[in-house]
Every structure is written in C-alpha cells, then in structure tokens.
Design a protein around this ligand. Sequence first.
Ligand code: FE2
Length: 295
Amino acid sequence: MAVTINPLTPGFAGEVSGVDITRPLSRQDVAAIDQGMNRYGVLVFHGQNVTDEQQIAFSRNFGELEAKDRPGNIRKESESRLGAGIGDLSNLDKNGRIISADDRQWFFKLGDRLWHSDSSYREVPAKHSLLSGRVVPQWGGNTEFADMRAAYDALDDRTKAEIENLVCEHSLLYSRGSIGFTEFTPQEIAGFRPVRQRLVRIHPDTGRKSLFLSAHAGAIVGWTIPEARSFLRDLTEHATQREFVYAHRWRQYDLVMWDNRATMHRARRFDRNEVRDMRRTTLGGDTPTVAQVAG
Ligand SMILES: [Fe+2]
C-alpha cells in the first residue's frame, strides 16, 4: 500500500494513510514521509496502536533520538514510569496514578500549554517530535500547531529586516516562570541555564525561513528584558493567529509527528481527573542555530 498524504489545512499539516507504523518501513515509505514533513510540517497517522519499542523503531527512520545533554524536566530518573528513549507526556506518576494538582511536577507540565518548540532550551534544539496518544481524555486535550514558516512570510519587510540577526535566550526557567512557577532548586537552575537561538532560522532541507519562537525564549541578546519580552509576545501573537494554526483533536492511537524547526505547538486543557497517556519520541537536531559563547 502506497503512502498518501492529504492536507488538513491549505499548505500546513497532512493526514497520512497507507502506513502501518508497527512494521518496518520501505525506503520509499520513509522518503514519502520525509517529503511530507518538509511540505506540511505536521503529519497525522491514525489507528497506530504501537508499543514503546515500535514507536522508537519508527522514529529512528528519520534520525537519531535526542541526546539528553541537560535535564528537560524536574522528575528524577528513578521516578520515571517509562523506559529509556520514550518521553512521558502523561498526567500519571511512576505507579500509574494521576499526578495531584499541587505536585510541582504538575506545575512543570502545565508549561506545555504555552506555545513552544520542543527542546529550544537545548544548545542543539530538537528536529522532530512524535507523540502517540495511548489513552486520550473524552474532553479537551487538543494539541495545536502553528506554522512558523507562514508566520515568517507574513511579516512586513521592516520587521523581517529587524529580526534577521537577532539572537534569543531560551530556558525552561522562562517558560515556567511565565505561568508563575518559579520554585526551583539551585541544581535545577544550573541545569536550566539559558542557551542562545537565532530568532530567524533556515530549514536545512527546504531552505525556507521561519520564526524560531518558543515560550522558553525570555530574552533577546542586547535588548532590555521588558523590550524583549513584549516584542516576543507580539511576534508570538502574530505567529499563532488562527490562519497559521492546525488544532489536532486526538483519537486513541493517533500518532502525530512534527518538525520543531518549522512549527510551534501547545497542549490544551482537559479534565485532569481523566487519564491522558501520551508518549513522545524526540529526534535530535543537527547543529546549534548560533554559537553559544557571548560575543
Ligand atoms: Fe512540546
């Protein structure tokens, strides 16, 4: 069966059929999906009841799993519910119970409801993320995606020229701080120290420019904080207008794959008393977007 991809909006996000992710893919299938990622930025696969191992194997067709060169959350390794290579995006603790509303791990997870690009707080930010909906709540819990290529293209020339060489500082402390979660240990603060990212990046495969925004961005090099934050907020508001957004409504066993180099995304509210078991594999990017040493 051949891979086919149908657009979900004009030019952004595609729905894939003709693929069984639980089985090894042919070279042609991998090439078709790769091409689809470059074109649509987000791909949706329905009816994929995968195991963690199958999800990892499928992901590896498109790159290497991201190396955890620095912490991506505040959960200790010993508290992890899942094995290596798979990220726990659920609302469950190690024992499969729903995390309580006043648990700091829950506070931390709530930061995913802000528009962001995965791992923009790493020196080498992520390539693709693949999210599998194992158990989805009956209400809410959508994931929204914004096309940062189209958002860039729609900027006026004056703004494009102004932002061309700007460099931002990204940290989990900024995204969590902006929802009022600021209680971090000295160790966490050290692990979440900011990294630099270009504000305008060029896609290595398509050559298209996009806005590299994220809730993790909390400063612009050479700017005052108030000026930087208000500008980043404006740009984010521009980039996430409905015309640039695809909202994914999850069905059980959907797998959604997105290119963090060309999109932002955010999780939406759901009833926290319902189980939401989402599991993510993440592919590492190739290079930093800018040198890290202060100039
Ligand atoms: Fe994310």
